[in-house]
Structure formats: structure tokens, C-alpha cells
Design a protein around this ligand. Sequence first.
Ligand code: ATP
Length: 277
Amino acid sequence: QSKPQARVDGSTGVTFNDVAGIEEAVEELQELVRYLKNPELFDKMGIKPPHGVLLEGPPGCGKTLVAKAIAGEAGVPFYQMAGSEFVEVLVGVGSARIRDLFKRAKVNKPSVIFIDEIDALGTRRQGIFNESTEHTYNAATQEKETTLNQLLIELDGFDTGKGVIFLGATNRRDLLDPALLRPGRFDRKIRIRPPNAKGRLEILKVHGRKVKLSDSVDLSTYAQNLPGWSGAKLAQLLQEAALVAIRNGHNSILSSDMDDAVDRLTIGPKRSVLEIS
Ligand code: ATP
């Protein structure tokens, strides 16, 4: 058996309630949940089952989170691997992992397969190499192509795996091999956008439920004043604020703790703290 295997989570425990600021994407993804809950109904009604879905967008904006939420909402197993885990120089290892991944997901269908950083696996050929690296480059590239081909075969033969949804995520759609983007492989491409001020507030509220915030903290001020912050960074902000609050001996997070946490995440820990530690 080739290692590493996909991490499987019988129930991710994540739902769309944990996702904020990307309502449009969630709306579109609801259909996948309906399908996973009742694949036979789609079949009976003659509806073409959803095939593969490409989630694209900048890091930390919720691609993995939303993929987990689809599985969690439908209550089906979630098979997760990163594109880089298929990239091996040893011949056949990557494609064996792909076969294994799809096989396991089909046996346990309905289910969700999620490959993060799919660009690592499906990058188009660059064609830049010199004589000294030619041999390694060719071996590695050839192996990568074999792995990619295996993925294309699995995606093309997906009808046999009715009830399995394949999700891929990338920050770099421009790097993806065109074969992967051809119709029939990813029949849907969904953009997960960085949150705007309203989205940032929603995300802060979602993560604010997990920590103890004092009533005086006005999350909308932070949402307004932190343009460009991703969901991951906003989640980190509340965790950091909770740590600062504890350090300051507060029983709940005060605005001053939030401000301190913003500073720490923007410019790093204060000098005095660095000197103590
Ligand atoms: P990467 O491209 O780096 O893999 P990603 O888009 O897959 O990033 P996630 O791993 O989903 O990002 O996000 C990391 C964490 O940030 C999530 O587990 C969650 O805690 C928080 N987060 C990100 N986006 C959102 C969001 N839209 N709503 C709520 N929480 C979010």
C-alpha cells in the first residue's frame, strides 16, 4: 500500500455556519450537498451529477473550510490530500496514490475527495531546464504527467463513482494544465474571494463565538480597519487577542487586547516582550 494515504474524517463536523463572507460561493455549493444527500434522486430525475469542482482564490480565504463544510453538511466522509503528496520521483507512486484515493472514496460513497494545492500536481510543463538537470527534470516531469493522467482518467470515468464529488483547490489557476480545465473535468469553477468589510465582520463574528469577547469590543471597527486580511488571519487575530487577554490577566478580551493583537500580527511582538522571552 502506498503512503501517505488520504486523511479521512468520517464527519468533518464543519458546517456552512462556520463559513462567512463568501455567501455566493456557499449558495452555489449547496447543490453539491443536496446531491450528496440523495444521489439517486438526481439520477431518477435525469439530472447530470456534479462532476469536479475547482475552488480558486487566495490563501486563507476558506477553500479548505468550505470543502469540509460540504462533507459536514451532507454527513459524508471527506478524503483530503495535498497536490504535493502525489509528487514523487519514484515511478508510479503518484498515480497509485490517485487510484487508491478514488477507490477508497468510491467504496465509501457518497463521499467527498478534496485535493488542496492541485496546481502542484497539475502544473503545465514549463520547459525550462539545462543539461545538468535534464535527467532529473525529465524523470520528475514524466512522473508528474503520469500522475496527472491518472487523475484525468479517474475524473473521466467518474460516472461509475456516482455519489463521489471531487473538489480541487488552487491559488494559481494560471499554472494549471489546460487538460485539467477542459470541460467535463471540472464542470464548475468557483471563485472564493477575499472578504470585503462586511465579510470580514461576519468572519470575526463566527470566530468571536469561540472566544470570550467583552461587550465593549466593537468588531465592526476591526472589520473596517483591516482591509486585505484573510479569513485565516482574522481567525488568528481572535486567537491572539485571547492569548493577550490571558497574559494581561483579563477574564475576557478587551478592546486594548484586540489592538495589541492587531499590532502583534502586523508588526510582530513588542520589543519588551521579545526581551523577556
Ligand atoms: P490555502 O490556500 O492556504 O490552503 P484556504 O483558502 O484553503 O487556504 P482555509 O484553510 O479554508 O483557507 O482557511 C484557514 C482557516 O481560516 C479556516 O480553518 C478558518 O478558521 C479561517 N477562515 C478562512 N476563511 C474563512 C471564512 N470565509 N469564514 C470563516 N473562517 C474562515
